[in-house]
Design a protein around this ligand. Sequence first.
Ligand code: HH2
Length: 277
Amino acid sequence: MSESTNTPLIMGVLNVTPDSFYDGGEHEEFQDALDRAREMVEAGADIVDVGGESTSPGSDPVPLSEEKERVLPVVKSLLQELSVPVSIDTRKPEVAAEALELGADYLNVVTGFENDEMVSLAASYDCRVVVMHMQGKPRDMQEDPTYDDVVSEVKAYLRDRARSLQEAGIRRERIFVDPGIGFGKTLAHNRRLLRNVDSLRELGYPVLVGHSRKTFIGDVTGDPATERRGGTLLVSGYLMDQGVDVLRVHDVADHVQARTMHHWFVDEGGDSDTGRK
Ligand code: HH2
């Protein structure tokens, strides 16, 4: 196997959402989620992010009991079985509380920890937290996103939120910030943010980016979500150039390979050609 590095960390996306493809019901869905998580870890994922509610543009909220039924058994099994940290991606404090009680290592909240209950949960479990920027709500966030200067506004928001998390008792080194690609952003906003991840890193917190297979790639290329691997990888390489700390992605094996190549290309010594074969 090729030499590997672990910067940036690769966070594999595990969406536990109903799929019309299955007619075998819940059990099959559960087994399928475990299999996909195992595959991602085998491929080199550093973290597995489990989510049971779609937050893509136009999506509706999932009832609490349904989200719990979907994600908690999966989180429980993964925590028992996997050697890597498990992250819970939820907007609901009730789901977060149970996942943290089971031992979840990361709390990934796309609503910026604006909910005080989420903040106190994160503080009492001393987990790692991902604080993300979003303008609006998934239902309508893409209707007319507006900024004077998207980079400085997102940066200021993340600085404020991270500070208030620290004030609530969450240690600085446990906080990750995320510009929220596609969450209340136009194509031009997404591009500006992706080009300025190095500026977000000036905040002094590790930066996580979740751009994988998102709509902006389809807007540029015309390709559906299942065929956006090339676009995703190109953007990932560009983010690696800027020192991104965590990439939240669907295609783990491709990213582990890209990370190894990036390391070889950028970090591994000089260019001198001594003529030695
Ligand atoms: N994006 C999605 C969900 N969770 N969390 C963080 N921290 N950053 C993101 O950019 C992010 C996230 C949405 O993407 P995906 O999981 O691919 O889609 P869906 O919400 O439809 O399951």
